[in-house]
Design a protein around this ligand. Structure first.
Ligand code: ARG
Length: 604
């Protein structure tokens, strides 16, 4: 039977909404004002959920909040669906309504979750009319050609990938776009310089590697700033590139390929899938941006540059800030390309993506840039009424000294080296542990496990932080077997999966005979049932750390259960019921880690 999956919170919220019109009559309010919100209980003593909102409403209606809460409770209890989910509600303090699920409901939900491969997480509502073509763009990673990928790009890559995974799991068609910096002035400089110092790089593949390229780029930039003749030549080269001169285009392609190969190595190592659609892709659409902005009367000529003045965003001098769309010399900016990209991504015609949500994962330093382009896109009417556009900012990566992450000799850390070090440290930890445990494992086992743990540790350390704050990079902390770390969770999963394997038994029979009578069992069940809601929260708030915190809490609640309650030694039907809980815990951890982009292990 096809069951329309709804999270418990959604079911309760809808019961609440049904109760409101009647309750409003009793409380002499019009139902539009009676709109209480349901949320998880702030403390376990309060039950599972609580309803807030009676308080502000009471002020509005000049009534006692208790009176209003009572009216809501009375109505809720006339609803049969509600009564099968919740015990009679309790009114606490001046008008909070506390809801506690019935054991019957908990058991029923658990039964459903045990049978469901999606662990209760609903798929996007296919009954709803699709807006645009139903896809979501996640713009992430996005390094710049001819420059090294740095730790900021690493954060974007890891965070963006996990958000894309969550959205994909929910059933959206996700466009994972790599908006690489592959266009503009930097190529003019680079090509002009290479013509003089390393012309073979412009005609032959693999003539230089990315390290050299980065070095040449730095030299080129220096000359560009110092030498007027060089500057002019570089500008001409850009114009040649933008107008499609075959030789320049060929050189440009070679340079892009070189960088691309390097980036791909990192993506392979991190298991990241991305579709490259760099800035150059939008070149043919830039003119339409100018035309649109012009016809919506947003474009202003300011000292020969074309710009749009931003509303409610002013510069240091307090005057409205202009965003330059086309420079004096006719060139376009990073912002122009982003405007063309927004226009293209929302555009539902074949000449666009028809997305309904755009998500941009970059460092917080670009917040003003995105606020500006989003505003202009809105004013130019490129964002459909159903469209959603969000910048997902993250803080800086710092070393343990709180300063910018550097090598010991003070250079910027290369990503490849950083990942290599994580893996090699994981390997020495593992060899030590194996020795202590007196285990003898094959080299291929050691390689596989240390690789998984090393990469998992780097990813998880990044994801488990609230992304908005700066984040201190510490190999020791991320590789610790204790605390909110990847090794801890991977190990918890291995252990729990081991228990279920040892326990054996037939899950289908267990599901029909579930029997629980311990508080620690109910706490674990409650925790397991939160998974669906957590996934919806990540979809909405775009904070992977929410999922990390949940997985960490789940494994702690599990430990409390497993430390105090016998599982394998219990009698039936408790034994099978408890094994079913172990099994679901393992599945939830595995699914959660997978959604974070972290592969799991059978043994470690
Ligand atoms: N290439 C840029 C950088 O390295 C990031 C691009 C982000 N995406 C975008 N659509 N602007 O900072």
């Amino acid at each position: 039977m096809l069951r329309l999956v709804k999270t418990l919170q959604i079911q309760l919220q809808s019961a609440l909404e049904k109760a409101c019109p009647e309750a409003a009559k009793i409380a002499h309010a019009s139902d539009t004002t009676l709109n209480p919100q349901l949320g998880p209980a702030s403390k376990p003593e309060f039950g599972d959920f609580q309803v807030n909102g009676a308080l502000p409403l009471a002020k509005l209606l000049k009534q006692s909040p208790r009176h209003i809460a009572l009216a809501i409770v009375e109505q809720l209890q006339t609803n049969k669906d509600f009564s099968s989910l919740c015990q009679p509600p309790k009114i606490a303090g001046p008008g909070f309504i506390n809801l506690t699920l019935t054991t019957k409901c908990l058991k029923e939900e658990l039964r459903i979750q045990l049978k469901d491969q999606r662990l209760g997480v609903p798929l996007v509502d296919s009954a709803k009319p699709v807006q645009g073509n139903g896809s979501v763009v996640v713009d992430f990673s996005s390094p710049n050609i001819a420059k090294e990928m740095h730790v900021g790009h690493l954060r974007s890559t890891i965070i963006g990938d996990s958000l894309a995974r969550v959205l994909e799991f929910r059933g959206y068609s996700v466009l994972r776009l790599n908006h690489v910096g592959d266009w503009g002035t930097q190529f003019g400089m680079l090509i002009t310089h290479l013509k003089l110092v390393a012309p073979e790089a412009l005609t032959k593949a693999n003539a230089i590697d990315l390290g050299d390229l980065v070095h040449f780029y730095r030299e080129a930039k220096k000359r560009f700033d110092e030498d007027i003749a060089f500057k002019t030549a570089a500008r001409q080269e850009v114009i040649k590139l933008q107008s499609g001169d075959p030789l320049t285009i060929k050189a440009w392609k070679l340079l892009c390929d070189q960088s691309r190969k390097e980036f791909q190595q990192i993506y392979n190592q991190l298991d990241i899938r991305l579709t490259e659609r760099g800035e150059s892709f939008y070149n043919p659409y830039l003119k339409q941006v100018i035309d649109d902005l012009d016809s919506s009367k947003l474009l202003v000529n300011d000292d020969e540059a074309k710009c749009v003045f931003l509303e409610n965003i002013s510069g240091k001098d307090g005057k409205p800030l202009p965003m330059i769309i086309q420079k004096k010399d006719g060139g376009f900016n990073y912002a122009t390309t982003d405007l063309a990209a927004i226009r293209y991504r929302f555009n539902p015609s074949p000449e666009g993506d028809g997305a309904h949500r755009l998500i941009y994962v970059t460092d917080a330093g670009q917040a003003n840039h995105f606020a500006g382009v989003f505003q202009i896109a809105k004013r130019a009417n490129w964002i459909p009424d159903y469209g959603r556009i969000e910048h997902v900012p993250f803080g800086l990566v710092q070393g343990e000294d709180g300063k910018k992450l550097k090598t010991r000799s003070g250079e910027t850390i290369r990503l490849r080296d950083l990942l290599k070090e994580a893996v090699s440290r994981a390997e020495s930890d593992l060899r030590l542990r194996l020795k202590e445990e007196g285990r003898n494992e094959s080299e291929s086992f050691i390689m596989k496990v240390s690789n998984t743990i090393g990469i998992a540790a780097v990813k998880y350390a990044d994801l488990s932080q609230n992304r908005k704050t700066n984040y201190q990079f510490s190999f020791d902390r991320m590789l610790a077997l204790q605390g909110n770390t990847a090794p801890y969770l991977l190990y918890a999963l291995v252990r729990i999966a081991g228990i279920t394997r040892k326990g054996g038994g037939d899950l289908d029979i267990a599901i029909e005979n579930l029997d629980f009578n311990e508080l620690k069992e109910w706490s674990l069940i409650r925790e397991l049932l939160k998974f669906d809601e957590v996934i919806l929260e990540v979809e909405e708030g775009l904070l992977p750390s929410r999922l990390c915190t949940y997985l960490f809490e789940l494994s702690q609640v599990f430990n409390r259960f497993y430390d105090q309650i016998p599982v394998l030694k219990a009698n039936e039907p408790q034994r099978s019921s408890r094994l079913a809980l172990c099994r679901l815990t393992a599945q939830t951890l595995k699914m959660g880690l997978t959604l974070l982009g972290i592969p799991t292990l059978e043994r470690m």
